[in-house]
Design a protein around this ligand. Structure first.
Ligand code: NAD
Length: 464
């Protein structure tokens, strides 16, 4: 692009803040929305070669996975620096990114005969869609990006990937690492402030918009994509309930339950965000979780002793603070935490809330932070009704000793994935799809691959 004066525009930059200090430490290009036209054009040009040779694609994706593993010692610390999570979790995220590339590289795209009682022989084949837009949030920048680009690329599409402006750096480094394995233009990383994402979602050259983020932004993305009738896959927020049954062994499950809520500082779409405990066990559950909240080491993610890092960015810290303050003003009691930590950076004390009114926003909305309300219930019907009582439907879990009984309760949860005695663990091979306001379309496993493909059928007369 050139300006009216004939000079190229000066590159603008985004400042990237380390949440462990609250201070800026690096920057990334702040692309102008109109600069996307050239990026999408290049993605379309690259598509013609990339779609043509599935065997070469597989080889490239496997090489890409090896390159990601090889770059782990550079990617992990940078991810921690910009996102805040403990280094071990960043390394796990890098490993998951490589594993996802290998998983999708290994899937075959199957042609199938189509049943037809007329004298025709029809075969269902699958074709790639074209350039795909991948828009991701800041909580798992690499892992969620790979959940989009790995199946899209394996299907023979090219990808324009936009990370969150809060966490552009590890994704840009990942882009450089992958550039060694993938042909030019097959995967392009673009970084910048809004309306860059809005422009990408509604770009006429994009054929599939795959988005992970909040429900509110998901609605805007779907409306934008409607302009070009691009396909949308939306993985949105969650407000997962954990329902504890009366035969639960509180001490046995307390660690798993705590980490299902607090991993990555609670900034996980499918974290446990509400706990429902039988009234007679409520105090014990609160005490067991509060004990873990007060004894877990909180600190900068680069400190090997830290099990919990800071909240990832200032606006999110403000939301967490506001929701907690509101719950306390509504009569809740903080059995642990309830406040920011008195130190630089965006640290919030791991918080367990009891006595929270059922209509407090920390219960009805997604807190997405290190704060967990524990609510008592008297009848199982009441607990299931409350668990299903929000617009979200991402996941849910049931905890107890009798697994058949727990499974019967799990069947009543309105969500895409339910777990017994654990939460938020996913296999690469399983479908991942939120119910209700938590999503549209299916990611994960073969469903994620086929979501990036167009069915194509040729009807051919039966030969005599
Ligand atoms: P967000 O919706 O604010 O932003 C997500 C992405 O969309 C970012 O890259 C952002 O820059 C971009 N964006 C913002 N406005 C846009 C617009 N109008 N059009 C297009 N793109 C736009 O979400 P966030 O705060 O970054 O992430 C937290 C949210 O993500 C939470 O609600 C969480 O539950 C959700 N999430 C969901 C899943 C899932 O798989 N279901 C996984 C992780 C996070």
């Amino acid at each position: 692009m050139t300006l009216a004066t004939g000079r190229p525009p000066r590159t603008r930059y985004l400042t990237v803040v380390d949440p462990a200090t609250g201070e800026a430490f690096d920057e990334a290009p702040d692309l102008r929305p109109e600069e996307l036209d050239a990026v999408v054009d290049r993605a379309r040009t690259a598509w013609h070669g990339w779609r043509a040779d599935p065997a070469a694609r597989r080889t490239a994706l496997l090489a890409a996975a090896d390159a990601v593993d090889g770059a782990a010692t550079a990617l992990g610390p940078l991810l921690t620096r910009e996102q805040g999570k403990p280094l071990a979790e960043s390394y796990a995220e890098v490993a998951r990114t490589a594993a996802r590339l290998r998983y999708f590289a290994g899937l075959d795209i199957e042609a199938q005969p189509v049943e037809d009682d007329r004298p025709v022989r029809s075969r269902l084949r699958w074709r790639p869609l074209g350039p795909v837009a991948a828009i991701v949030p800041w909580n798992f920048p690499l892992q969620l990006a790979s959940a989009k680009f790995a199946p899209a690329l394996a299907a023979g599409n090219t990808v324009v990937l936009k990370p969150s402006p809060f966490t552009p750096l590890a994704t840009r480094m990942l882009g450089s690492v992958l550039a060694g394995a993938l042909p030019e233009g097959v995967l392009t990383i673009v970084t910048g402030r809004e309306p860059l994402g809005a422009r990408l979602a509604s770009h006429p050259g994009i054929r599939h918009v795959t988005f992970t983020g909040s429900a509110a932004t998901g609605r805007a993305v779907a409306a934008g994509a409607a302009a070009s009738l691009a396909r949308v896959t939306l993985e949105l927020g969650g407000n997962d309930a954990a329902v504890l049954l009366d035969d639960v062994d509180v001490e046995e499950i307390a660690d798993r339950l705590f980490w299902a809520a607090f991993r990555n500082c609670g900034q996980v779409c499918m974290a446990v965000k509400r706990v429902y405990a039988p009234s007679r066990l409520h105090a014990r559950v609160v005490e067991a979780l509060a004990h873990r909240a007060t004894t877990t080491a909180v600190g900068p993610g680069l400190d090997p002793a830290a099990r919990l890092g800071p909240v990832s960015n200032a606006p999110q810290l403000a939301r967490v603070e506001h929701r907690t303050a509101r719950a306390l003003a509504d009569g809740a009691r903080a059995a642990a935490g309830g406040h920011r930590l008195d130190r630089p950076g965006y640290f919030f004390a791991p918080t367990i809330l009891a006595g929270v009114p059922a209509d407090s926003p920390v219960v009805t909305e997604e807190q997405f932070g290190p704060v967990l309300p524990v609510l008592p219930y008297d009848s199982l019907d009441e607990a299931v009704r409350a668990a299903n009582g929000t617009g979200f439907g991402l996941g849910g879990s049931v905890w107890g000793t009798d697994l058949d009984r727990a499974a019967a309760v799990a069947d009543r949860l309105e969500c895409g994935t339910a777990w017994l005695n654990h939460h938020a663990e996913l296999s690469l091979a399983q479908p991942f799809a939120g119910a209700k306001d938590s999503g549209v379309g299916v990611a994960g496993g073969p469903w994620g691959l086929y979501g990036n493909l167009q069915p194509f059928v040729v009807h051919r007369p039966e030969e005599a």
